[in-house]
Design a protein around this ligand. Structure first.
Ligand code: IVH
Length: 693
């Protein structure tokens, strides 16, 4: 993440395009981890840095903005499972202040906007800012009718059934309530409940949550409300959306009304007559923070007078009448006892710090992320060191720095293992990338499930009736180790039929769907292997280029040798390039991948790409010379294509030459062809002859 990247100002257009492509991919990956899986891998600050870099590059190269650019999407767009709900009044976010000065600036801006005197007191309400997830509750005639997550601020997910299971969400409002009202608040989990839940998850061999906020989000976004009901969630109400009648004149009064209706309002909320009182409150809350039952990352200050709030309105996505004054991250010092390498589901190796357990802001921390090897080298982190760690509330604890004065004698710089600790395959780090990855894609236990899911996905083997859930189920059953095992499933048809939710018909259909895919086009097969950077388009390029499985396999093995002709040819395929060639070589270089590949191929009939048939081709048996620069393909690619069609490619023009293909700036060879009366072809004519258009 922290590998130094070139300055945006120094990028040329090609680099910018490549960088935008990488950022789109990376940001989408982190969005999914965060919003869909509730399991982020990077800190919010690092995520923001990625988005910022994306915007900066786009600002410099507006023509390169991609259709799938992260800047065209809002982070939390709902994905699947829940119906979408449009909020009656959009749910906004808050601007942040870091320190007294920025808070003072907020007050100055508000006074200036309202035309108040410089020293006019601004009465506010301070509310601890809990790190949970905000939700919107709609009440009609006093009854709870709908609850939704914030989503992208305009549209969220309908989680009504789940919210009904939370005790602090009243199903009916007490006393008089407007005919229609939207109430906003924060759903959260206490630190103790979070830790207990993670312990239970660990025992059940289930995924752990990174922090209380993700645990709360993950618990609320369950398709089965019974699961939500079993999770210890609470709600504090703190804001309003739509209201069909006026309910209060001040925010403080509004909070009282919330209490009267039956909501929990954070009892630490406080009315503050002026800026000095707010600053004092900030101090008090900072001091009390670690003793609170829940994580807070700051205090939200809201101008109390609702009339003033209305006048102040909004700027962008945040109100002018409120601000979140954030605390600095909580830190502590402890000893780094070891470094453990975690292998992610995509094969990424992440170093994790094993710490002497220490209390950081009320949470016992025993592990922290070290991000990647550059980060370890940059901070010169060594086993045995005393380190400063921090929890920023919304972030997995991280190692900030080393207290070098306390370094034990003999502590050695850390060296990252070059083999995967899970499967023993080579772990390689492509040049220019921060992350080292296990190359044992087909065999590594850490990556198996993910690979299987990819293998059966729509653009790959597209096996009907075999989705992510079933793959996980069958994997847990021990039926699937690698992709080849999929083809043994029909022999378990009776067992599958007997499973809950299956039955004879579905099990039989599954067997048929699997049998139908024993014949597969080469491009789909290559794509299904899940080799890094080999998406559908690249898989098609490879399939077209190599034509048959056998040829592709041989050439890939030969291409593992750096500098070999095959490696060069691979890297010269237009659209592939040296970096992707290296990924393919890394894959083929791992003998066990090739074993798994062969095992799989034995189960299958892999269809050749219908080539412009060699024998039929006008080029078969002909001698060709290429000269000058071709526009649509590289020279090695043209050569490979000609050879695939049965032609011979030579360097010099002679009487035996049948065709000379003229690229741009063709020189002496063009003249020689003219002298000898050899037929010349333009690039377009060559493409036609080669069956490329
Ligand atoms: S008021 C227009 N009050 O902070 C005002 N938000 O950074 C909208 N939050 O999405 C929010 N405690 O999840 C408000 N007392 C509080 C809050 C609070 C936590 C969260 C909320 C919101 C985010 C904005």
């Amino acid at each position: 993440m922290s590998a130094p990247r070139k300055d945006v100002a120094a990028l040329d257009a090609a680099e910018a395009a490549a960088e935008l492509e990488r950022l789109a991919r990376e940001i989408a990956h982190h969005d999914r981890l965060y919003h869909t899986l509730d399991a982020p891998e990077i800190s919010d600050a690092n995520y923001d840095a990625l988005r910022r870099r994306n915007s900066e590059i786009e600002a410099r190269f507006p023509k390169l903005v991609r259709a799938d650019s992260p800047s065209r999407r809002v982070g939390g767009a709902p994905e699947t499972g829940f119906a979408k709900v449009r909020h009656l009044v959009p749910m906004l976010s808050l601007d942040n202040a870091f320190g007294t000065e920025e808070f003072a600036e907020f007050c100055i801006r508000a006074r200036r906007f309202l035309g108040l005197a410089k020293d006019a007191p601004l009465a506010c309400v301070g509310e601890p800012k809990i790190d949970g997830l905000s939700i919107n509750l709609t009440y009609e005639d006093g009854r709870f009718v709908r609850g939704a997550t914030r989503g992208d601020g305009t549209e969220g997910e309908d989680v009504t059934a789940n919210l009904r299971t939370i005790k602090s969400v009243p199903t009916r409002l007490h006393g008089h309530a407007p005919a229609r009202i939207e109430i906003r608040g924060e759903v959260f989990m206490t630190k103790a409940d979070f830790l207990a839940m993670n312990e239970a998850q660990a025992k059940a061999d289930q995924r752990l949550f990174a922090n209380p906020r993700n645990a709360a989000a993950g618990s609320l976004r369950q398709l089965d409300p019974a699961i939500t009901a079993s999770r210890p969630l609470s709600l504090f109400a703190y804001a309003m959306g739509e209201a069909s009648e006026r309910v209060a004149d001040t925010h403080w009064h509004y909070l009282q009304r919330l209490g009267d209706w039956g909501f929990s309002v954070n009892p630490l909320s406080k009315q503050l007559p002026d800026e000095a009182a707010a600053a004092a409150f900030q101090q008090t809350m900072a001091a009390e923070r670690s003793g609170l039952k829940y994580d807070i990352d700051g205090v939200v200050y809201k101008i109390d007078d609702l009339g003033l709030q209305r006048r102040l309105g909004f700027v962008g996505r945040a109100p002018r009448w409120a601000i979140a004054w954030k605390f600095p991250a909580e830190q502590a010092t402890t000893v780094l006892q070891g470094i453990h390498i975690q292998v992610g589901r995509t094969g990424a190796l992440t170093p994790v710090a094993e710490l002497e357990p220490v209390n950081v802001g009320g949470v016992l921390v025993a592990r922290a992320t070290l991000h990647n090897e550059d980060e370890i080298a940059r901070k010169d982190i060594r086993i045995g060191d005393t380190v400063v760690i921090q929890r920023a509330g919304d972030v997995i604890p991280q190692v900030v720095s080393v207290v070098t004065e306390r370094r034990p004698a003999g502590a050695e710089p850390y060296r990252v293992p070059e083999i995967c600790p899970v499967c023993g395959s080579h772990a390689v780090r492509p040049p220019g990338e921060a992350v080292r990855r296990c190359t044992g894609g087909l065999i590594c236990a850490a990556q198996r499930v993910e690979r299987l899911i990819h293998f059966v996905s729509r653009p790959a083997f597209d096996i009907d009736g075999l989705g992510e859930k079933t793959i996980r189920e069958f994997y847990d059953e021990g039926w699937l180790q690698g992709p080849a095992d999929l083809f043994t499933l029909p022999s378990r048809e009776a067992e599958i039929a007997a499973r809950e939710g299956w039955g004879a018909v579905s099990a039989h259909n599954l067997s048929r769907a699997i049998a139908a895919r024993r014949t597969i086009p080469l491009a789909r097969f290559i794509y299904a292997l899940g080799i890094r950077r080999i998406g559908e388009a690249n898989a098609r390029l490879l399939a077209r280029h190599y034509g048959t499985f056998a040829n592709w396999r041989t050439q890939m093995l030969a291409a593992t040798t750096v500098g070999s002709e095959e490696r060069q040819a691979l890297g010269s395929i237009l659209g592939i390039g040296p970096a992707i060639a290296e990924e393919l070589a890394d894959f083929s270089d791992e003998a066990r991948n090739v074993e798994a590949l062969d095992e799989l191929a034995r189960e299958l009939t892999i269809e050749d790409v219908a080539p412009a048939q060699t024998a039929d081709s006008e080029l078969a048996g002909k001698t060709i010379v290429f000269t000058g620069a071709l526009e649509t393909m590289t020279r090695p690619e043209a050569k490979a294509r000609a050879e695939a069609l049965g032609a011979k490619v030579t360097d010099s023009v002679s009487k035996k030459t049948d065709f000379v293909v003229l690229g741009a700036d063709a020189g002496s060879k063009a003249r020689r062809a003219a002298e000898l009366g050899v037929r010349t072809l333009t690039e377009t004519e060559w493409r036609e002859l080669a069956g490329l258009d």
